[in-house]
Write a protein that binds this ligand. Structure first.
Ligand code: SF4
Ligand code: SF4
Length: 154
C-alpha cells in the first residue's frame, strides 16, 4: 500500500488498467481538486446487454477451469449448495472449479450451462449464486471486445 501511495495516480491507473483490463482515467475531484481514478463501469451499466450467446461460458476456459475465492465457497456453504460444492476441489489454499465429482478431473464444459430449448441462447443454472468471476464478466467494454463478448453490439 505504501508503494501504491507513493506512485502518481497515472501510474496506478496504467497498472490497474493492465491487470483488470478496465479503462481507467485519472480525474480531478470537481470541488477538492484531488486526483482520483475513474473507470468506464458507468458506461458498462448503461450500454451493456447480455445476449445470452453463451460464448463466455463455452469458449473462454478460464470461466470454468479456474479457481474461486474463499468467499464464493463460504457463500455456497452458507446456502447449503452441496450440489455446487461437490464440483469444487479445495486444496493448498485454492478452490479449483469445476472438478467432476465422478472423475475428479477438470471439466471441458461448465456443468451449469444450459441451452434454452429451441433457441440459440444459454442460461446459467446457478445464476443467482454463480462465482464472482462470472458475475463480473466482462469487466469493461475493452474486456468485452477483446474476449469476443457481444454485449455491446446491440
Ligand atoms: S459473451 Fe457476453 S453477451 Fe455472450 S453470454 Fe457472455 S456476457 Fe452475455
Ligand atoms: S457458472 Fe454459470 S456463468 Fe459461470 S461459466 Fe458456468 S454457466 Fe457460465
Amino acid at each position: 500500500m505504501d508503494l501504491l501511495r507513493s506512485e502518481p495516480p497515472e501510474t496506478i491507473a496504467e497498472v490497474y488498467s493492465k491487470i483488470e483490463r478496465v479503462n481507467v482515467m485519472v480525474e480531478k475531484h470537481p470541488e477538492t481538486g484531488v486526483k482520483g481514478l475513474e473507470t468506464d463501469l458507468m458506461e458498462m451499466a448503461q450500454k451493456f446487454k447480455c445476449v445470452q450467446c453463451g460464448h463466455c461460458c463455452i469458449n473462454l476456459s478460464d470461466a470454468y477451469q479456474t479457481s474461486v475465492p474463499d468467499f464464493d465457497v463460504s457463500r455456497w456453504q452458507y446456502e447449503k449448495r452441496y450440489d455446487i460444492l461437490e464440483w469444487v476441489d479445495s486444496f493448498a489454499g485454492l478452490n479449483d472449479v469445476w472438478i467432476s465429482p465422478k472423475t475428479h478431473d477438470s471439466v471441458d464444459r461448465c456443468p451449469w450451462l444450459r441451452k434454452l430449448p429451441g433457441k440459440d441462447k444459454y442460461t446459467c443454472r446457478i445464476h443467482e449464486t454463480k462465482p464472482i468471476h462470472c458475475r463480473d464478466f466482462p469487466k469493461s467494454k475493452r474486456h468485452a471486445l477483446d474476449s469476443g463478448c457481444r454485449g455491446f453490439h446491440t
